[in-house]
Write a protein that binds this ligand. Structure first.
Ligand code: G1P
Length: 300
């Protein structure tokens, strides 16, 4: 089973930093953002390869995930075995690359990985967000198994005035992750049967206010639909539009998640906050972080 991470964007929100460094390689503490996403993608049972959809403008990502035996040998020779192990681990992750040099939209990016797929369902993880405990995709896999291997997406409530930024679902609550009755149909753990999907609707057209958070477990049939997908919102080939067409043929479910379980790295402010959150939850970094931060009342 495979997972796809689209990573061909220009990272314009982070310019000028992204003039030379792909946004995917910006660090959260001492690890690049995309490595957290790759490690999350490998967590569900059966996922054995991550396909990164890159652009040829960003060869540094491929270099990062390549083995570097000379550097490892150098670190070992200088007694830095723990660092050598970290360098080794990055190069040993089961990552492969395809390319999207023409930014035609998320659906187009995913389609670029078609030849890497083996006819099984696959995950898609959008790379501006990662879930430190890595359980979101694992839970989606559970929901899929409970519903005959159907496609499952993660969704969360969003205020009505923000629906036009996202893909929004229509559907009805049919249960919960734990099998108990849902107390609140928009609460974390609620499971919906999806009956419609719309990308970036105007608030008055939104069929619900549950938005797609960027974690998908999709039927391989989606690739056939993407092959003929016309451009949609923003003139882009939208994954959401092909998922809407998939509903004519197959069932799809949505798992309500708490997006705050994850860390956003999509803007400089969110990225900075994610670094702070991760430093605070890392036992080895927490004290040094708080000391370096100084008196927090001066920050307000
Ligand atoms: C993409 C998807 C959208 C989803 C969003 C989550 O939109 O098309 O359905 O809700 O990611 O971040 P984008 O952010 O690329 O505009």
């Amino acid at each position: 089973m495979k997972a796809i991470i689209p990573a061909a964007g220009l990272g314009t929100r982070f310019l000028p930093a992204t003039k030379c460094t792909p946004k995917e390689l910006l660090p959260v503490l001492n690890k690049p953002v995309i490595q957290y996403v790759v490690e999350e993608a490998l967590e569900p049972r059966g996922v054995d390869e991550v396909v990164i959809v890159n652009s040829h403008e960003k060869p540094q990502i491929e270099k990062y995930f390549s083995p570097d035996q000379d550097f490892e040998a150098y670190l070992h020779a200088h007694g830095k075995d723990a660092l050598a192990e970290k360098v080794h681990a990055a190069g040993a992750l089961p990552v492969s690359f395809v390319y999207q040099d023409d930014p035609k939209g998320l659906g187009h990016a995913v389609y670029m990985a078609k030849d890497k797929m083996d006819g099984s369902p696959f995950f898609i993880l959008l790379g501006d967000y990662f879930v430190p405990d890595r359980q979101m995709c694992v839970n989606m896999q559970k929901v899929s198994e409970e519903h005959g291997g159907a496609s499952v997406i993660a969704v969360a409530p969003v205020p009505a005035d923000q629906v036009s930024r996202y893909g929004i679902i229509a559907g009805e609550c049919v249960g919960t992750l734990t099998g108990e009755e849902a107390q609140d149909i928009e609460q974390e753990g609620a499971v919906w049967k999806v009956t419609g999907l719309v990308e970036k609707p105007a608030p008055e057209d939104a069929p619900s206010h549950l938005f797609i958070v960027g974690r998908y477990l999709l039927s391989p049939r989606i690739m056939d639909l993407l092959a003929t997908q016309a451009a949609g919102a923003g003139g882009e080939i939208q994954l959401t539009d092909s998922m809407e067409r998939l509903l004519d043929e197959e069932e799809m479910y949505a798992l309500v998640v708490d997006p705050a379980e994850g860390c956003d790295t999509g803007t400089p402010a969110a990225w900075a906050a994610t670094n702070a959150r991760m430093a605070l939850r890392d036992a080895a970094q927490r004290e040094a972080f708080l000391e370096a931060l100084g008196p927090t009342d001066e920050l307000k």
